[in-house]
Ligand binder design. Structure first.
Ligand code: GLC
Ligand code: CA
Length: 574
């Protein structure tokens, strides 16, 4: 063993923007604009803030930025209620500024991915306003799901569907004369009416929106709630169980035709413009169907994200993921967090480290030091797996979920509509700490009068970009080194993975000719394979051994492909 990390951590020059296969192993950084950086001091993140921090992202070594929705929106669901796709919300900036941002990022070798929310629009969108102002049966209403109620007075909902944000998925409207009218469907909040995807104008409009953003130079779109768009037109009750493709509002076969047309739009542009699906589906085969060569390029791998910190469980997920992707030729994605889920530092610091929306509770005992240590190990694991990697802002700083936000500051409809029984997602959306020792921690410029829209924990002075940049052992230093090595190491990124034999609670695999990754999820230190040098470890080695909850990246002296005697760590562990 050669102990020590690589001395040179400066990122290598960025990949040429002409590389057509860039997306197969890209590192994509997710920017939640509201909480990234505030340029004008009103306490709300904005495009000026992002522009002023682009060098930070270039130094970190990311290939692309995915922006959560930045369009005109009443922000009833953090921007997932879009009032106009062709305008930037004035709280964030202007269209011209977005164009400048896209160009500036491109100059730094960073591509831009925008978020498209096709399942629904804001209730303030011109189409929905026109529908409300028009009578039942009108063409304006046909773009949505308006329906008479059941019962003699029509005061019962058309069916029993439940909103993803608690409560009924239907809201009753009022007629022009003030009498109760039809109901409309919303799988999320009432401010997010669902579109009717069997309507040709709905399809045409979204293809035009894709072109609008591709024309402005974006390299891809993230598709929100991508498996929910199509509904069974008879709007049946949700059965206890349904055959694949038979669920009334999820994963219906007609979706594939929609995404084939989207792919044709994307493919009509130079360079590879990618389509990334937000698809939560337990069935790996159904999931992979969306990734056929003429549909989406990739989709988020939530199966891996929800797994507990357990070697067998993670290995099962990795194998299932790679097996499902192989037949369609699509690369896998590895995602530890996003703006919807509990931050990994908190998840992995809890006894039950699996994630499920339904069981999300605040006040669960959490060991943040343990969680951080495991999150470091998980980051190295993800970055070593075949495919592309997502990093949600703040993950690289090791931020934890903020669990004690004052109730009157919370804004997430998941919290508000559940009457507070669901803690919601504000805790992973707290504005980033950039510098200094007190709020706003450089999130807003010095002397700003606006407070950050969600309060930051007072101890985040230890977790600022400024503090972590100066600390070689920080999470940020680990991410920077990790991404620099990943970019230079030919075995990493797209390609194959070969498992090496290893003890229980240890994952060991080889990539390319000489790269090896070992993750110790056991409670005891383990020996590393012989004749390897250490590239990077998520926690310092102790006496040449890999401590618990630690990942090591190694280079084998001999090609691993031909060395039949090569073994992973088979001793130790628990
Ligand atoms: C997706 C988004 C989430 C949003 C929902 C409704 O799941 O990631 O933030 O609330 O869709 O648009
Ligand atoms: Ca602002």
């Amino acid at each position: 063993m050669t102990d020590g990390v690589l001395a040179d951590t400066a990122p290598a020059p960025t990949a040429a923007t002409t590389d057509e296969r860039w997306w197969r192993d890209a590192v994509i950084y997710q920017v939640y604009v509201r909480s990234f950086a505030d340029g004008n001091g009103d306490g709300i993140g904005d495009l000026a803030g992002v522009r002023s921090r682009l060098h930070y992202l270039a130094d970190l070594g990311v290939d692309a930025i995915w922006f959560n929705p930045w369009y005109l929106s009443p922000l009833a669901d953090g921007g997932y209620d879009v009032a106009d796709y062709r305008a930037i919300d004035p709280a964030f900036g202007s269209l011209e500024e977005a164009e400048r941002l896209i160009a500036e990022a491109r100059d730094l070798g960073i591509r831009t991915i925008v978020d498209i929310v096709p399942n629904h629009v804001s209730d303030q969108h011109a189409w929905f306003q026109a529908a409300l102002a028009s009578p039942p049966g009108s063409p304006e209403r046909a773009r949505f799901w308006f329906h008479p109620g059941r019962g003699d007075d029509g005061d019962e909902m058309p069916n029993n569907w439940v909103s993803n944000f608690s409560g009924p998925a239907w809201t009753r409207t009022r007629n022009a004369d003030g009498t109760p009218g039809e109901w409309y469907l919303h799988l999320f909040s009432p401010e997010q009416p669902d579109l009717n995807w069997s309507h040709p104008e709905v399809r045409a409009e979204h293809e035009a929106v894709l072109s609008f953003w591709f024309d402005r130079g974006v390299a891809g779109v993230r598709i929100d709630s991508a498996a929910l768009l199509v509904k069974d037109p008879s709007l049946p009750e949700i059965p206890a169980e349904s055959l694949p493709g038979q669920h009334p509002n999820t994963d219906r076969d007609e979706l594939h035709d929609i995404y084939r047309s989207w792919r044709a739009v994307a493919d009509s542009y130079p360079g590879t413009r990618i389509l990334v699906g937000e698809i939560w589906l337990p069935d790996a085969e159904r999931f992979a169907k969306y990734l056929r060569p003429d549909e989406l390029h990739t989709a988020f791998n939530f199966d891996f994200l929800v797994r507990p910190w357990d070697a067998a469980s993670l290995k099962t997920s990795i194998d299932a993921t790679l097996a499902a992707h192989a037949p369609v030729g699509a690369p896998a994605t590895w995602v530890l967090s996003n703006h919807d889920v509990t931050r990994p530092v908190t998840r992995y610091g809890q006894e039950d480290s699996a994630f499920a929306f339904a069981t999300k509770r605040e006040g669960t005992p959490t060991d943040l030091d343990l969680g951080r240590r495991r999150a470091r190990a998980a980051a190295l694991l993800c970055a070593a797996l075949p495919g592309s990697v997502y990093i949600y802002q703040g993950e690289e700083l090791g931020l934890e979920e903020v669990q004690d936000l004052p109730p009157d500051r919370r804004q997430d409809p998941m919290y508000l509509r559940s009457g507070g029984t669901d803690p919601g997602r504000d805790g992973c959306r707290v504005p980033l700490p950039w510098a200094g020792t007190g709020s706003p921690f450089g999130f807003s410029p010095a002397g700003s009068t606006g407070e950050p829209w969600l309060p930051q924990p007072s101890h985040w002075g230890e977790l600022t970009v400024e503090a972590e940049q100066q600390d070689p052992d920080s999470m940020l230093s680990l991410y920077r080194t990790m991404l620099a090595i990943r970019r230079g190491e030919p075995g990493l990124g797209d390609g194959e993975l070969r498992w090496l034999p290893s003890a229980d609670q240890v994952l060991a695999f080889a990539r390319g000719l000489r790269f090896i990754c070992v993750v110790n999820l056991s409670g005891a230190p383990i020996a590393l394979p012989a004749d390897c040098s250490l590239l990077l470890a998520s926690t310092e080695l102790a006496g040449g051994l890999l401590p618990p909850d630690t990942t090591a990246w190694l280079l084998s002296e001999r090609p691993t492909t031909h060395d039949r005697t090569l073994r992973g760590p088979t001793e130790g562990g628990e």
